[in-house]
Design a protein around this ligand. Structure first.
Ligand code: AMP
Length: 170
């Protein structure tokens, strides 16, 4: 299946000059949704995962689906002020603006194997901040995976040595 057929480019959203990769056509199609989840799962090649970390908000779609398939728990990383309990935070810059991400301080136990998931890897600022939050809790990052990698923005360089996988590269 060519997942590219299910990604819609929306020009100048949310700001002028940004071409937004809209994944809702992929989510809308039962076969594409199932196969995208299966392909992300296959890219782990049987590695053990204790926790899947999903990034606010489009990372919350596939992260729990993957967690369920992996028999792992799901951990939400959210924008500042959204998580109710005690948090650690990390500020970062993204393709369009600045933000702060937070994780619950007890979401990951030291030594747990962690998969990080988000819909799009752009400049890598978001993923790098999530890696720092997971490291701070003592989690061992096994892989960062994405539906889409915007390779021309070189986000990989910010993530360091962690393995990165994606369904589609642009
Ligand atoms: P970055 O920190 O630059 O790698 O940006 C990644 C985050 O911003 C992800 O959570 C994406 O959901 C979102 N994002 C950045 N650029 C795009 C884009 N062109 N299309 C859709 N989402 C994007």
């Amino acid at each position: 299946m060519d997942f590219r057929n299910y990604i819609r480019d929306v020009v100048d959203f949310p700001n002028k000059g940004i071409t937004f990769k809209d994944i809702t056509p992929l989510l809308n199609n039962a076969e594409a949704l199932r196969k995208a989840n299966q392909t992300l799962f296959d890219k782990l090649e049987g590695q053990h995962i204790d926790k899947v970390v999903g990034v606010d908000s489009r990372g919350f779609i596939f992260a729990p689906l993957l967690a369920s398939k992996l028999n792992a728990g799901f951990v939400p990383v959210r924008k500042k002020g959204k998580l109710p309990y005690k948090t650690y935070s990390e500020s970062y810059s993204l393709e369009y603006g600045n933000d702060t991400l937070e994780i619950h301080i007890d979401a990951i136990q030291k030594g747990e194997k962690v998969l990080i998931h988000d819909d799009v890897l752009a400049t890598g600022g978001t993923a790098a901040a999530v890696c720092k939050l997971v490291e701070r809790l003592g989690g061992e990052i096994v892989q960062c995976n994405f539906l889409i990698e915007l390779s021309f923005l070189n986000g990989k360089d910010k993530i360091g040595d962690y393995p990165i996988k994606s369904l589609l590269q642009y």
